[in-house]
Design a protein. Structure first.
Length: 242
């Protein structure tokens, strides 16, 4: 179980907003010099290993309009649920996915569902598949078995999947992901994920910034690796617009 230090939360947010000057929770200060390419390839190998098992995590979520939301992630094998709730437990939305690649977003406020392929409805992350996003939350490289992973001429890692691509910046001792930047063909650029406050490779603080400037912050409250996770049941909603 991962229990982040609850002290200094405002300080940690300030650090992240200033482009993550240092990583806390026992991690070394981020070096200004690029990491040697051979070392980066070692980091890719370490962070590409399978997850420890099923994941159950709870985050405090802050967006421009409010800071009192909760985001819960639970996986069971290749299936999973991502639920956003109000402070007193009333669910706002739930996104469910399966190993076959299908995902459904349930809007609790509108009482309808829509098919989705990424985190666009939750965090605005277009094209990033749910399974890859969960790997990132669990302290792994956000790359699936079918994704192409390479190291560029410097020390950046590039991931190319079906319909999406991103560059990843790593830090060593221990190996961990610091940034994931979408490679976008649009003039507006892409999204950026910044990760800090790691416990080993697991990020305790995550900030998502979308191409249009919208953002969301996730502050890890609790993470476990249950032996047998139980997924919440899905609501019987009609499709949105019907």
């Amino acid at each position: 179980m991962v229990r982040p230090n609850s002290l200094g939360g405002h300080r940690r947010r300030a650090v992240l907003l200033s482009v993550i000057v240092a990583a806390a929770a026992g991690c070394a200060t981020i070096e200004s010099q690029p990491i040697d390419r051979d070392r980066v390839e070692e980091g890719v190998t370490v962070l590409s290993r399978p997850m420890s098992g099923d994941l159950a995590a709870l985050y405090r979520m802050r967006v421009p309009k409010t800071g009192g939301l909760r985001l819960a992630v639970v996986t069971a094998g290749d299936d999973g649920r991502m639920t956003i709730s109000e402070p007193f437990g009333s669910a706002v939305s739930m996104t469910a996915w399966s190993g076959g690649g299908s995902s459904v977003h349930f809007d609790m406020e509108q009482g309808c569902r829509r098919d989705v392929a990424d985190l666009r409805q939750v965090l605005g992350l277009r094209a990033l598949p749910m399974a890859q996003a969960v790997r990132l939350l669990g302290g792994r490289l956000p790359a699936g078995a079918q994704d192409e992973v390479s190291v560029d001429g410097g020390s950046r890692v590039e991931i190319r999947g079906k319909g999406w691509a991103a560059r990843v910046r790593l830090a060593e001792d221990p190996w961990r992901v610091l940034e994931v930047t979408e490679i976008s063909a649009t003039d507006n650029g892409g999204w950026l994920i910044e990760l800090a406050d790691h416990t080993r490779s697991v990020p305790g603080l995550i900030r998502v910034t979308n191409a249009d400037g919208r953002w969301a912050e996730l502050d890890l409250s609790r993470m476990e690796w249950p032996e047998s996770a139980s997924l919440p049941s899905l609501p019987d909603f009609p499709r949105c617009g019907e």
